[in-house]
Design a protein around this ligand. Structure first.
Ligand SMILES: [Zn+2]
Length: 183
């Protein structure tokens, strides 16, 4: 299991799902959910309309993990979910990943496999980095969550757009205060 690099899709999938389900501008319709599965290399063709509610419930379940800044609480949350979600780790070998771990039982349906993968990837991220790589976007008025799997790991925003908007606002605020300070 890798949380850094191209096999880290479970972490990105968790972020996309939480934002789709709980974000103010989120879209958790069947097409949007299918796109999240496809973009993150899950077996999106197995998605059926009945799976939508299971996925939405999982997005709501994961939201508090991104919101907490208490490591003990986050670990307890993930541990509780690991006891609840059926796990049966095994080695799989299929495109596009090659050899990798599956965590759900081989017979599990798509939503349960999604739960197991996202949960294990987030847990691995916490073991490596504590809570320094996950959070809620620091931009004013944005409620989207993020996970940073880059090497540098300095991310605080959900997107470049939010980072730029915040930087521009800070720059303007500085410019506004300067003449007053001189006067
Ligand atoms: Zn944002």
């Amino acid at each position: 299991m890798q949380t850094i690099g191209y096999k880290s899709k479970g972490t990105a999938a968790a972020v996309a799902l939480v934002n789709a389900v709980t974000g103010a501008d989120g879209d958790d319709g069947p097409d949007a959910l299918r796109a999240i599965l496809r973009d993150n290399e899950f077996f999106w063709r197995e998605f059926e309309p009945d799976d939508a509610e299971d996925l939405r419930a999982w997005g709501r379940t994961l939201r508090p993990f991104f919101e907490t800044s208490d490591l003990a609480e986050a670990a307890a949350m993930l541990n509780g979910l690991m006891l609840r979600i059926p796990m049966h780790p095994h080695i799989a070998n299929h495109e596009p990943h090659g050899l990798h771990m599956h965590f759900a039982p081989p017979s599990a349906r798509l939503p349960q496999r999604f739960q197991a993968s996202t949960l294990m990837n987030l847990s691995e991220l916490v073991c490596r980095h504590g809570l320094s790589r996950t959070g809620v976007c620091a931009a004013d008025g944005c409620d989207r969550v993020y996970a940073d799997t880059s090497r540098a790991g300095r991310r605080r925003f959900c997107s470049e757009a939010c980072a730029n908007r915040t930087n521009v606002a800070a720059f303007r605020a500085r410019r506004r205060t300067l003449p007053t300070a001189d006067a």
